[in-house]
Design a protein around this ligand. Structure first.
Ligand code: NI
Length: 260
């Protein structure tokens, strides 16, 4: 069995095909999926899916790429996270690739999420792009990670260097690989995946984006996370079963609220 640790099946293009998407998950033995929130106005539809389907979980947070959207407060995130199916805070983080100019608001928003994570005890889902130095610095300053008595989380859809991965792992974080790792051009990322122990790895689709080979360029969906697992098994030279079991255990070890 596999778990898609990060998807956006509440997005209209996927939500409109829900019966098909759930059937593909079952066919590919993808037993659970975490539907990740990107802003507060759309959070109700994320939660609705988690309430409707026992094997779908939700997170609450505001994505760093969403500039013109209501800014969350710590109290608001804490309140919205107070639900048995909300198992994580995010996605949050920093993105200096998509947005330019004074991004202090992005860093403040990131701090807000880390504080909410510490208050709720629910792990962080972190997006970082072209901003790894500030991301790690703010994580340290705000006491993210188990080494500072905080809560760990996951560096999702990871595309940074091994050094960044190891800095996060040192803080108790997991590293999640998406379909990007299966792309022919992703040699550096493949080297990172090879170097990291399976004990720290999660798998995800980030659907509807970034479909893994052999579906590259098509609309992605949670069922395809099996292809990320297959690729990692080949890359690391370990049995597929081991990747499946380990990433599943890792998911439940990190997202403890998903056990109940
Ligand atoms: Ni995402």
């Amino acid at each position: 069995m596999y778990i898609d640790s990060h998807c956006h099946i509440d997005f209209p293009e996927l939500a409109a095909r829900m019966p098909e998407i759930l059937a593909k998950m079952a066919e590919n033995k993808v037993t659970h999926a975490l539907c990740v929130s990107v802003d507060l106005p759309d959070f109700p539809r994320v939660l609705a899916l988690a309430e409707q389907y026992p094997h779908i979980y939700a997170s609450v947070g505001v994505h760093p790429d969403y500039e013109d959207t209501p800014e969350p407060t710590v109290a608001q995130l804490v309140e919205l996270a107070d639900h048995p199916k909300v198992i994580a805070i995010g996605e949050t983080g920093l993105d200096y690739y998509r947005l330019e100019g004074d991004l202090e608001w992005q860093r403040e928003r990131f701090r807000t999420h880390i504080r909410a994570s510490r208050e709720t005890g629910k792990p962080l889902i972190i997006h970082t792009r072209a901003a790894s130095e500030d991301t790690i610095r703010i994580m340290r300053e705000e006491g993210a990670g188990t080494d500072k008595g905080g809560v760990a989380g996951v560096m999702h859809c990871f595309t940074e260097s091994l050094d960044v991965a190891l800095a996060a792992v040192e803080m108790g974080f997991y590293i999640s690989f998406s379909g990007i790792v299966t792309f022919k051009s992703a040699k550096d990322l493949q080297a990172v995946a090879r170097a990291l122990p399976l004990e720290r790895i999660l798998i995800e689709t980030d659907s509807p984006y970034l479909a893994p080979v052999p579906y590259r360029g098509k609309m992605n969906e949670p069922g395809y996370v099996a292809h990320v697992a297959e690729y990692l098994a080949d890359l690391k030279g370990v049995p597929l079963r081991e990747v499946a079991d380990r990433t599943t255990d890792n998911f439940f070890n990190l997202f403890k609220a998903a056990r109940t």
